[in-house]
Ligand binder design. Structure first.
Ligand code: GCW
Length: 659
């Protein structure tokens, strides 16, 4: 097999074989194009669609299809005549006799349709049976890059930033186009190019020129550019002595700044803001609320774009329970945010843990647009060295019913989903081949949050690795068990935030001496000689009361709560008998063991696949799995040894594996 370095992501268009190849060999390239501008003057988007179709069909058919083959029968017709702008991007792809028609109301719909067609063909679907129609469930499907101007990526595990601020605007790396193709293939339509811990100088004119170059390059792919802003920018770079959102001078400064952006980038997406969180400046520095801050920026942007205000806030001053703070600050502001403000909420109330209950803000702010923030890069799940497919994590949260407004997936429909990107300068973009699946899954779910994780895993596997049925099943099985395995060996039964402080890699439940209480792992597990877990019921922090009664009632009782959230909400005696018949201690130890066993099983299955996968990628994954096997044991053994130092209990013998 040909050496593969992963650069092509899921857009490899690996040659079809046998019948599948014969079936597509009659297809012409995109010769028949109907667009708003007519065939002579195809838009850049239509050009991109044709180009992709040409590359895709040529590669899938081993160079034998496409317009190069005379006498071929069918045409792929791109019929997107009536351009209703980038909001009408739904498409249909249908076989019609020997032809395939891709239809939509905007050029972008045709581009999306081309990617959908190529995906179907890659999956081996017979062209004459293709019949799909699709449109995005949510308006905003965004990546948030935590990339810094110096090239360092906060919590990025795939090398340096892909954005070359040094050479922009003159030099545009080809990677910027391939990046746009990858995003467009999923329907991602917004990119925040810089870290939420933002540097004010990134609002200066020299940077705006760089954004313009990027925005121009991405526009054909339907991607709007957004920028994270530092709230104190009027002081930092504007020469004012305040950043008070109610100060007329400050407001005028932001208005002028927004106008400057729109002069350069007419479809500029807007601002993303992290304020009054982890030391970032914000409106509260002036006694103003999040709504005051957001609305001031919203006025500056006007109906040209969106202000996305993050709900990830916590501070040392709040001593009670970090999990409660965002709800406490934001829910009273429901209904006060301007129409073009979206509040962006992490999936859980703490911080991208291997498992958290859903964020109680979902369902609690019916008069505010809430966006779902996911973390694609795996800050707390073993970085790029551990294999953890995240679609099941996101699906788990999207499926929850907060008690008002339907499921979380429905609550966020008016806004969208944002994912903290895992891209970097690594040849394979994501630091490991399997981490590409998390970028892919995020985009697919943002397009359609009802897609089952397993289907996403399967289609990604076929496009990325192999069409061999047994190999596909093995890989999908590995992916589907991978995240739960991480929960098992890192933070079972609802434990959280036990990673070593600062870098968040490896176990450190013993750390308890850091100046801010909520930086310490011991703050989260609250283990002592008698028991373990954070009492968040009424007798404790009462964070449970932030959930609707229907949920709180179920979770209030340690015997009826979903065991996956047990120690998140309850402090339980080590020796307490559980509904399983085991003691808590026995249950906990068996979870750790199970997690390790799962990783061993994943490594065995992968070893079996050496014939189905090209050697370069097979070896790379094998080596990562070896790291994961060793580190799963490190997590298990260090955690158990530490708990034993508190509870003095022997290792349980013959513990049944958990159900
Ligand atoms: O989880 C924390 C990370 C910070 C990050 C912050 C946030 C960008 O450890 O590195 O800062 O979340 O989401 O703002």
């Amino acid at each position: 097999a040909k050496a593969e370095d992963g650069y092509d992501l899921w857009l490899r268009y690996a040659p079809l074989e046998g019948e599948a190849l014969d079936r597509i060999a009659g297809l012409h390239g995109p010769v028949a194009v109907l667009s708003s501008d007519g065939p002579e003057e195809a838009s850049a988007t239509m050009e991109a669609a044709r180009r992709e179709l040409g590359v895709g069909l040529t590669r899938l058919s081993r160079n034998s299809a496409s317009s190069m083959r005379s006498g071929a029968e069918g045409y792929v017709r791109l019929e997107c005549p009536e351009n209703r702008g980038d909001s009408a991007v739904g498409y249909s792809v249908r076989a019609d006799g020997a032809d395939i028609r891709i239809r939509g109301s905007s050029d972008l719909a045709c581009l999306y349709g081309v990617f959908a067609l190529l995906r179907e063909l890659s999956l081996g679907v017979d062209p004459v049976r293709i019949d799909i129609a699709s449109e995005p469930a949510m308006p905003l499907r965004m990546l948030n890059h935590w990339d810094n101007p110096d090239g360092h990526v906060e919590r990025g595990y795939a090398g340096r930033s892909i954005f070359d601020w040094w050479h922009l605007p003159e030099r545009l790396d080809q990677r910027m186009i391939d990046y746009a193709r990858a995003n467009a293939s999923l329907g991602i339509n917004g990119v925040v190019v810089n870290n939420v811990n933002a540097r004010a100088f990134m609002l200066e004119p020299r940077y705006i020129a760089k954004y313009k170059r990027l925005a121009d390059a991405w526009r054909p792919y339907g991607i709007r550019l957004y920028v994270s802003v530092r709230f104190s920018a009027p002081k930092d770079i504007g020469g004012l002595d305040s950043a008070d959102p109610l100060d007329p001078e400050v407001r005028a400064w932001w208005q002028a700044k927004a106008d400057e952006f729109y002069a350069a980038v007419p479809d500029f997406g807007g601002f993303l803001v992290k304020a009054n969180s982890e030391g970032q400046p914000g409106p509260q520095d002036y006694g103003r609320s999040h709504a005051d801050g957001a609305n001031m920026l919203a006025e500056a942007i006007g109906n040209r774009g969106t202000v996305i205000w993050r709900a990830f806030v916590y501070s040392a001053e709040d001593e009670t329970d970090r999990a409660k703070q965002a709800y406490g600050e934001f829910v009273p502001l429901d209904g006060q945010f301007a129409d073009n403000v979206i509040v962006q909420v992490k999936n859980g109330p703490i911080d991208f843990q291997p498992r958290e209950p859903f964020h109680p803000m979902f369902g609690a702010m019916p008069n505010t647009k809430l966006m779902f923030e996911a973390q694609i890069t795996k800050e707390y799940l073993g970085f790029a060295s551990h294999l953890a497919f995240l679609a099941p994590l996101w699906e788990e949260v999207l499926d929850q019913e907060p008690g008002r407004g339907g499921r979380v997936a429905e609550v966020v429909l008016p806004a969208g989903m944002a994912g903290v990107a895992n891209t970097g300068s690594d040849r394979n973009w994501s630091g490991s081949h399997f981490d590409q699946a998390n970028w892919y899954a995020f985009g697919r779910l943002a397009w359609n949050p009802e897609l089952p994780s397993e289907q996403i895993a399967r289609e990604w596997t076929v496009q990325t690795f192999t069409r061999e049925p047994e190999a596909i099943e093995k890989i999908v099985r590995m992916m589907m068990r991978s995240r739960e395995a991480v929960v098992g060996y890192m933070t079972p039964l609802g434990l959280a935030h036990l990673m070593n402080t600062g870098h968040h890699y490896g176990p450190a439940p013993w750390v308890c001496d850091l100046p801010r209480p909520e930086w310490n792992p011991c703050y989260y597990h609250r283990a002592d000689a008698d028991g373990i877990g954070f009492d968040r019921t009424e007798s404790g922090s009462d964070a449970l009361s932030q959930y609707a009664d229907s949920i709180a009632n179920r979770w209030d009782d340690p015997n009826t709560i979903d065991p996956r959230f047990l120690l998140w909400f309850h402090h339980i005696a080590w020796t307490a008998k559980r509904p399983s018949g085991l003691t808590l201690w026995e249950e906990l130890v068996s979870e750790y063991d199970w997690g390790v066993a799962e990783v061993d099983a994943m490594a065995r299955e992968w070893a079996d696949l050496s014939d189905a996968i090209d050697p370069q990628r097979h070896r790379a994954v094998t080596e990562s799995l070896a790291i994961q096997q060793r580190e799963a044991r490190w997590w298990r053994d260090a955690s158990i040894a530490y708990w034993q130092s508190l509870n003095g209990l022997p290792l349980p013998e013959n513990v049944r594996p958990p159900a």
